[in-house]
Design a protein around this ligand. Structure first.
Ligand code: PHE
Length: 453
């Protein structure tokens, strides 16, 4: 890869390389595990609608903001704020991001470990419901859980050791189209099964009466999580970006790819959920609530694969979980790259030492989680649902009122010759200075309100 000897920083090999890596960061468990679960527990179509609005009206503008800060400063999230202002307070935005990244990675590694372990489940536990239904309980608890988390963290660290671009570019280029292909084929299959129509209706017909403060709060958190925003992952990726890249265009592509894959995952899993009972898998409580968040992809999808004939089931099941593991890997890489680049830049540590030490530190938290997966809920709440939008709010504020939109637009002009006469230039500043930060702040305050009673 194009790495310079003196700085140990990286650079993307090619234009498409960056877009693929950023899309690789965005597309992951957030789209296929977290999104359908949020949809299913938050009123289906109403959630989808608010989620889409959050992605395009808040997520996309914040993504451009992060990338422009990163490319301008060529620094990690903490260093970037130091470089753009002498005020000591602003680098704290970057610190908060690093902390959120570390904590998100700690539970993400555990869930990614399950995903990878399911590749084997699909091969060895195909015999019948009894043989695999207990599998999840076993693999998500204790030592087995710890082993798979360790494997996953090992894979993440070993890629980070080589620098950011090698591997990610190639893996993503191949993985995304195949993942989309599998999703489409499975959607086609599910669509004609009994119960599917209920699932589609639930997903695609918004029931406006379901829109509530908690729903909007969850949708906003999901948008930040899924687009990898609010913690500086895209400041970091932007810092390796060439001045020739058209940033708003790249951000639009990443947003569309990410939203598109989440949407497809919903189209598969919502109908499948209603078929699950006919497979003998019970995922609803007596009052109709979803029993557990991991049920959808670790119970319902295997049920679906196992309902095919054995050969087809193994082929689809194994490829699905393998691809999902790879999608998770391109996300864990971006999560680990944030604290790693921070330590490399700010403390002059070599990449190898930084990646191994930080990876090992985070793995300790993952191992604790392995023995008590109920911790995932609270960590996710503090560092994803509240933490990422909070980071996004601070980034909007910093860009709009400290660094200023004028300077940001000057940076964005590189690689975007038509910027001056574009709609983007007319609209983006309004979103960054007013609409996005106000919407985020309002939702976060509302959240404090509904949490307290
Ligand atoms: N966007 C990733 C996903 O959807 C998760 C992630 C969050 C990655 C924050 C980087 C930063 O799986």
């Amino acid at each position: 890869m194009a790495q310079t000897d003196t700085t140990d920083r990286g650079n993307w090999n090619s234009r498409i390389g960056f877009v693929l890596a950023a899309a690789g960061s965005a597309v992951g468990l957030g789209n296929i595990w977290r999104f359908p679960t949020e949809v299913a527990s938050n009123g289906g179509g109403a959630f989808l609608l608010i989620y889409l609005i959050c992605c395009f009206a808040i997520g996309f503008p914040v993504m451009v903001a992060e990338l422009s800060i990163g490319r301008k400063t060529e620094r990690n999230p903490v260093g970037a704020f130091k470089a753009l202002s002498s005020n000591k307070f602003y680098p704290l935005i970057g610190f908060w991001g690093v902390l959120c990244g570390v904590m998100i990675l700690s539970f993400y590694t555990v869930v990614a470990g399950w995903t990878f372990s399911y590749v084997f489940e699909e091969i060895f536990f195909f015999a019948g419901l009894d043989s695999w239904a207990t599998y999840f309980a076993e693999v998500s608890n204790g030592v087995k859980n710890g082993i798979f988390s360790t494997i996953f963290m090992g894979a993440t660290v070993s890629i980070i050791l080589g620098g950011v671009s090698d591997g990610i570019e190639r893996a993503t280029k191949f993985m995304m189209p195949v993942l989309i292909g599998i999703l489409m084929i499975m959607i086609g299959y599910v669509a004609f099964q009994p119960g599917a129509a209920t699932g589609f209706a639930e997903y695609l017909k918004p029931d406006f009466s379901q829109i509530s403060a908690p729903l909007i709060f969850s949708a906003m958190g999901q948008a930040f999580f899924s687009l990898s925003l609010g913690m500086g992952a895209l400041i970091t990726y932007g810092s390796y970006l060439s001045k020739k890249e058209n940033v708003p265009e790249a951000a639009a592509f990443v947003t569309l790819a990410d939203v598109g894959i989440a949407f497809l995952a919903g189209l598969l899993i919502m109908p499948a959920m209603y078929m699950a009972e006919s497979f003998g898998v019970n995922i609803f409580s007596e009052s109709g609530e979803l029993l557990a968040s991991s049920d959808l992809i670790f119970q319902v999808l295997p049920a679906l694969f196992h309902s095919l004939n054995t050969t087809a089931g193994i082929i689809f099941g194994v490829s699905f979980f393998l691809l999902l593991s790879m999608a998770a890997l391109t996300s864990t890489i971006s999560l680990l790259e944030v604290p790693t680049s921070y330590v490399i830049d700010e403390y002059n540590v070599k990449r190898k030492k930084a990646a191994i030490t930080i990876g090992a530190g985070i793995l300790i938290i993952s191992l604790i989680i392995s023995f008590d997966i109920s911790l995932i809920g609270s960590i996710d709440f503090i560092f994803s649902k509240v933490g990422l939008p909070l980071g996004g709010f601070l980034i909007c504020y910093f860009l709009g009122y400290v660094w200023t939109v004028k300077n940001a637009l000057e940076e964005l002009e590189h690689g975007y010759p038509g910027l001056d006469s574009s709609i983007f230039k007319a609209v983006w500043p309004i979103f960054i200075k007013f609409l996005a930060p106000l919407a985020i702040l309002y939702n976060l305050l509302e959240a404090i309100g509904f949490i307290s009673y």
